[in-house]
Design a protein around this ligand. Structure first.
Ligand SMILES: NC(=O)c1ccc[n+]([C@@H]2O[C@H](COP(=O)([O-])OP(=O)(O)OC[C@H]3O[C@@H](n4cnc5c(N)ncnc54)[C@H](OP(=O)(O)O)[C@@H]3O)[C@@H](O)[C@H]2O)c1
Length: 439
């Protein structure tokens, strides 16, 4: 049984195979059905689902429309080879089978749409090379920041521009946690539990709270914006797992909010990549991005700063991005650049050479000479202090000292911190975060 969602258009229908009918795949089916008339009109072709592939065909699927029942199969290999399908939607997630499935589809001459950021971040070279060899697109708008059209923006709207930097809040779970800590004064553990109850965070939230998910996305952005072929090893990643409420309070005293910022920045000597809790001025629009929302700032030579805001994940925002890619392919916009800007591969700046002003929080014994010793350790690394705050305390008691230091490389900051931590008056580990002031 073939299921067409709408009346005939002048062009032949576009057959698609959907692999995965979970959160995203199920919602894609809903959008295709509910919005069939508009999608058909905008595509110039009817979109026809030829098969829906799942892992467990026996599973009860209450949300699946009855029309779809006859299309269910657990045989992705056969579905990929269907001669009546031009496009494969890989919405199963995971790496190994998803990679095989995409490669098989490209070899069979199909275009591919995927939401699988983890796969593209780790196997992007192999997949985009296969796409290039097959002369077919691999579209992946849904893989980065849900419904925010950042891939199309970089690939199309800014195609004639030179991107200097991309900085974004691209993990909704982490942003929800940081917002709850800031606004409601809750601990990290309580904020995480709330995100899990609301369905934002997985039962194993490691990829979100340890920064891996944001790193996957910034790798895809860097590939497109700069042609950078980087791997996870090239991205210094710090998540929000160990983040403390008091650092939000201390940052606020200096006029900053804390956001998990993913950055890809073009410097004179290469591309700098990072994912870290970062101080941003409370007056900057990005500081007001709260809850599970995402925002991405792009700074380019001609357009200047542009800012994109929206739901970064979730069933329907992600499905909307998947369907937009299908429409693009139906319209014949498939021959899209996959490999960044075609210029020579830029070099990647090693993590220790990445520079920024920094926030430091030290716990020390309040004794004569302590500040001088700290300043001396920093001076030995050529790090100068911009501002200091110390709470009231009594001699000999433990007290927090907060410092903002001027721009220095991450390597020098960590060497300075190591020296400070070795001083007998320092209690515990020094906390540091970069500061992003924007231009
Ligand atoms: N959820 C989001 O908000 C979101 C946002 C952006 C991107 N994404 C990405 O979208 C992709 C899908 O995520 P999801 O949340 O929709 O996952 P999900 O709810 O777990 O659904 C996965 C679907 O794939 C099917 N599947 C898994 N392994 C399979 C296999 N080996 N063969 C055939 N079918 C298989 C499952 O079948 P059964 O139903 O039989 O188990 C299920 O229908 C992932 O790459 C994810 O990173 C998700």
């Amino acid at each position: 049984m073939l299921t067409s969602f709408f009346a005939p258009a002048s062009q032949p229908p576009l057959g698609i195979v959907i692999v995965g009918a979970g959160t995203v795949g199920g919602s894609v089916l809903d959008v295709l059905r509910e919005n069939a008339q508009t999608i058909s009109a905008r595509s110039g072709r009817n979109i026809v689902v030829r098969a829906v592939v799942v892992r467990n065909i026996e599973k009860a699927r209450t949300r699946l429309h009855p029309d779809m029942a006859g299309l269910l199969t657990d045989d992705w290999q056969a579905a990929v080879q269907r001669p009546d399908a031009e496009v494969l939607l890989e919405l199963m997630g995971g790496e190994s089978t998803a990679k095989e499935c995409i490669q098989a589809a490209l070899t069979a001459g199909k275009s591919v749409v995927t939401a699988n950021k983890a796969l593209l971040a780790t196997c992007g070279d192999v997949i985009f090379d296969a796409a290039h060899a097959a002369g077919k697109p691999v579209a992946y708008e849904a893989a980065v920041a849900g419904c925010i059209p950042i891939i199309k923006t970089l690939r199309e709207a800014l195609a004639g521009d030179t991107v200097h930097e991309v900085a974004g809040i691209i993990n909704g779970t982490s942003n929800y946690i940081l917002t709850a800590m800031e606004k409601d004064g809750v601990t990290f553990a309580d904020a995480l539990e709330a995100t899990q109850k609301m369905g934002y965070a997985e039962s194993d939230p490691s990829l979100d709270i340890d920064g891996g998910d944001a790193a996957h996305k910034i790798l895809l952005i860097a590939r497109l914006a700069f042609g950078a072929h980087a791997t996870m090893n090239d991205v210094p990643v710090v998540g929000v797992r160990d983040f403390k409420l008091r650092d939000i309070r201390y940052a606020a005293q200096f006029g900053f909010c804390v956001k998990l910022l993913a950055q890809a920045v073009r410097r004179d000597n290469g591309i700098e990549l990072s994912v870290q809790p970062t101080l941003v001025p409370c007056t900057h629009p990005i500081a007001s991005v709260d809850g599970a929302m995402n925002a991405i700032l792009v700074r380019s030579a001609y357009a200047g700063e542009t800012l994109y805001y929206g739901a970064g994940a979730g069933a329907f925002p992600t499905a909307a991005a998947v369907v937009a890619d299908v429409i693009d392919i139906a319209r014949g916009n498939g021959a899209l650049a996959q490999h960044g800007n075609g210029t020579p591969l830029p070099s990647l700046i090693p993590a220790d050479d990445c520079s920024a002003p920094h926030f430091l929080r030290l716990r020390v014994l309040d004794m004569p000479g302590v500040l001088a010793n700290i300043a001396s350790a920093l001076a030995q690394q050529n790090i100068s202090i911009e501002a200091i705050h110390q709470n009231e305390s009594a001699p000999g008691q433990e007290v927090d000292i907060i410092m903002l230091v001027h721009e220095a490389s991450r390597g020098k900051i960590f060497s300075g911190i190591k020296q400070i931590e070795n001083q007998s008056t320092t209690v515990g580990a020094v906390v540091t975060m970069p500061i992003k002031r924007f231009l």
